[in-house]
Write a protein that binds this ligand. Sequence first.
Ligand SMILES: [Zn+2]
Length: 351
Amino acid sequence: MLNQPNFHEYFQFEQVLKKQRELKNPYWTFQAHSEVIYQGTAFPLWKVICEDKTSKKKSEEKVTLILTGGVHGLEKIGSQLCVSLIEKYFELSTWDLVFQNKLQDIRLVFFPFINPVGIQERTRSNGKGVDLMRNAPIEAKEKVPALAGGHRVSNWLPWYRGKVDEPMQIESQFLVDEVTREILRSKFTLSLDIHSGFGFKDQIWFPWAFSKNPYPKLDFITVMMEYFEKLYPFHIYKIEPQSKVYCTHGDLWDYIAHERIKNLNYVPLTLELGSWIWVKKNPLQIFKLDGLFNPIKKHRIKRTLRRHQLLIDFMIRFLLYSQSEQFKNLDLLDYYNKGLEKWYPQHKTLK
Ligand SMILES: [Zn+2]
């Protein structure tokens, strides 16, 4: 007999699952895909979909927002945020007419526990010692930091990519396949992968991790960030291409957007929550390994979860807006050039 996963966020998720079994909420689908077996425990890989299946619109006419957490097991706050968003939208879908109405046009897809073994074992890598965010078959075109950029030396060291000819890990393959499936059945897809790392500021990274070249959907990013800043002038995020921070091999989002999809109807974003601020406020947590990556005090966890829900609500609105005539009538080339000046000053603007 195999055991069930045994960590707090999973129990919280099971509560929603239980509710769904009782209520049979027509907007929601909970799918357990393949399992990862690790030391006597079976960890299902969950995909949760919220959509209006009765909407007259075909799937290809809708947009999709994908939210993922727990790629790096130790950074549990990503899974916590995903589960709290599932709870929130589950609740709203039962009565909020505005939200129900939005589901005519948008589909929400959640992957709350990409690396469940890592979450339970409090490790960055999966059970085989592979860092899933270095695991894709895509090589950086730039210099990457030694080890941290991804290496094939040994799974005893962090940031291990796996062996060169090995297929991707079950968890990586699951994510790549399911995200690709969603992109192909949608008009446009935006994804947000939630991590927590070192630094004082919360950061939003857009592609690429493998190249310092300008990201082709820079116009979309620039409009999005300008609107966000207008709405929340005192927002807390630092927004930049990941390559400005550091480059890596094997990034799953690069792989999907650059190798698998090769068209422009998809934008992957990463939210990197600055965890040093939590340590600064509570220096004792430095002695707990997961305390480095996660807020420990209850009120701080709640505040973190609440604060980022604003961003997700904004993303839903912006994603819907991005398909409107009004958006298409914007001077997108001008926005692209603005983005170039801001983030890639060494590149010439386009005429
Ligand atoms: Zn991470």
